[in-house]
Design a protein around this ligand. Sequence first.
Ligand code: AMP
Ligand code: GLY
Length: 422
Amino acid sequence: MNILIIGSGGREHAIAWKCAQDDFVKQVYVCPGNAGTYLENKVSNINIDTTNFSLIEEFCVNKQIDLVIIGPEQPLVDGITDYLQGKGIKTFGPSKNAAQLEGSKTFSKDFFVKYNIPTAEYKSFEDFESSVDYLDKVSFPTVIKADGLAAGKGVIICKNKESGIAALDSIFNDKAFGNAGNRVVVEEFLNGEEASFIAVVSNDEIIPLATSQDHKAVGDGDVGLNTGGMGAYSPAPIVTEEMQKKILEKVMYPTMNGLIKEGFPYLGFLYAGLMIKDGAIKVLEFNCRFGDPETQPILIRLKSSLVELCLAAIDNKLDSYSIDWSNKHSCGVVIASKGYPESYEKNKEVKIKLHEDDDLKLFHAGTKYKDSKIITSGGRVFCATALGNDLKEAQEKAYNLVNNIDFEGSFFRKDIGFKGIK
Ligand code: AMP
Ligand code: GLY
């Protein structure tokens, strides 16, 4: 069997690494991939413009691809699944319509209200003046979000009216997020502890994946700017079995059933970003894909086949399918380039002293392979991921791995997993 994975991050490296472990998988292609996927056994990188769906289709036909897995949100929101499935190519990922859950904050917030899914109070605006007027009616801090995709950077938490006006000005007038900021959501600020709940969904069937918790802020103790995620661990004790039941009942099932009613049933990874406080859940956002970096610590714990899981979902057979997890705990620490999440350095040569084993894996993200060297090419460069008998052991091993990676200007958070250990 041959598999194509679209994307180039740590998530895609982890997905490719996992798929390549199945004996029945002959070759995994990653488009465009990174140095990690390039170096991986049974995996090769290809370079096709991922916005050109017909070129992707041609590649799938030529290489007899049996399954395409889409990593990031942009191609999903652009309709890559609809296109490839329309050509008879098995593709794991939601349709363009279903991907609006992530692609438009206004769509998702209106959807939450329509289907009674708990979320923060909000109002949506299409112009600067009326959104500024609305700031007189909210309490601070308040949250301002660009409607469209903004690579995890379109959310601004404003302490007072002045910073609210500045945020709206930068979105509407300076076009800080381009067309993603043509509409804006102004939303109630929620307190609590965040958790990621990620599942494989097919229509009205769902298999929850192992629980995890991300660390969004750039600095230790959750301070500083928001990033795509600086590290994650699994399982996350905040999502107890009872909490998981509640999330399924109050968030996941109403979402899946609501999408069916709207006429666009879901297929793919479905990621709910949640705020939990005193046992009550509110949805911050949905992502129409696997989380990054959550994928890395989750997949290192998955013992059964990811390929079979995706195929079962495509064939709508999740109800009769079950997956196996390692009882071990995992921790993934992101190593980033100086400057991230703002403009960051690139083209630094990486030195790796590394002995990977079954419990230890260095997933690449922003790297490329050039002249037999690994060179940095992104803000998040690696996710050092480890398994341990408990979270503390997993954390120690992950940091041991981190200390064996060196490039100029590298930095990482020193406290990944602290909420699970405290
Ligand atoms: P989103 O892309 O909507 O998940 O937002 C990114 C991050 O911003 C979240 O993971 C939270 O850390 C923060 N955030 C978003 N919405 C809120 C909110 N209503 N209250 C507090 N923090 C929020
Ligand atoms: N780690 C957060 C995300 O994937 O959006």
